[in-house]
Design a protein around this ligand. Structure first.
Ligand SMILES: Nc1ncnc2c1ncn2[C@@H]1O[C@H](COP(=O)(O)OP(=O)(O)OP(=O)(O)O)[C@@H](O)[C@H]1O
Ligand SMILES: [Mg+2]
Length: 232
């Protein structure tokens, strides 16, 4: 098993009120799975992803990844955990504007002890010809390719994608999904994808639906579709 989440509860205590963003969530995932997380806005999807990614520590319950309980890690160890295990892909790319495409990817390659070859990854995401361009010279779909390259070059065990297609048109969204599928197959990377698009669930091994901080269903796809076949 790659990770196990037990009774995960996240409360936000603001001066005005106490708010429960995740309520006793339990999930197990195997290495190499594609997991899609669905749920309405505010249901706790990003909160969940950030906790798995070691970005958020103020929670109750246990998150065990690769046999390590994240609760037992101090700040330095948690940083190391992220560096070694996690790649993040965000809706709005978060590229460094004054670095070229290649340099954006290089920055992440440099912090890994087992990085993939930068040129191979740029080719895998189909952006080799833009390697000397700056982010502002790229389309949204191309920027998302770079952000995936940046997350993948570290060769992380887990790729966490928070609405990776949310800002893209149909064709670019589909390309992005095909790319994530390719990464999953090529490198065995476990991929969690948050989306508002239920069609994307068809390419998952496991589909988790959240509502108001609770899991309302966990479904395994007996026959998952290829990204190519998904229509919406
Ligand atoms: N820092 C915070 N302080 C207080 N409440 C917060 C904070 N961050 C998130 N929340 C609340 O926790 C709930 C879950 O937020 P989260 O960002 O996980 O939702 P989400 O499912 O990712 O939504 P979306 O689809 O809109 O991105 C929301 O109701 C949100 O208002
Ligand atoms: Mg969110």
């Amino acid at each position: 098993m790659l990770f196990e989440v037990k009774n995960l509860t996240k409360n936000y205590n603001t001066p005005a009120q106490k708010f429960c963003a995740l309520n006793k969530v339990n999930i197990q995932a195997e290495e190499g799975e594609i997991i899609v997380i669905l749920g309405p806005s505010g249901s706790g999807k990003s909160t969940f992803l950030n906790i798995i990614g070691g970005l958020d520590t103020g929670y109750e319950g246990d998150v065990i990844v690769g046999g390590t309980n994240l609760r037992t890690l101090g700040n330095a160890a948690l940083c190391e955990y992220r560096r070694r295990n996690i790649g993040f892909v965000f809706q709005f790319y978060n590229l460094i504007p004054n670095l070229t495409v290649r340099e954006n990817v290089e920055v992440c390659s440099d912090i890994s002890d087992k990085p993939l070859n930068i040129d191979e990854v740029l080719a895998a995401v189909g952006i080799s010809d833009k390697s000397r361009s700056f982010p502002k010279e790229l389309s949204g779909g191309q920027q998302q390719r770079v952000s995936i390259a940046r997350a993948v070059v570290k060769n992380p065990r887990i790729l966490l994608c928070d609405e990776p297609t949310g800002a893209l048109d149909y064709a670019s969204a589909k390309d992005t999904l095909k790319l994530l599928e390719h990464v999953n197959r090529q490198y065995g990377t476990t991929i969690l994808i948050i989306t508002h698009n239920p069609a994307i669930a068809d390419m998952a091994d496991t589909v988790i639906t959240l509502r108001s901080g609770e899991i309302t269903s966990i479904r395994r796809n007996a026959e998952k579709k290829q990204a190519e076949e998904i229509e919406w």
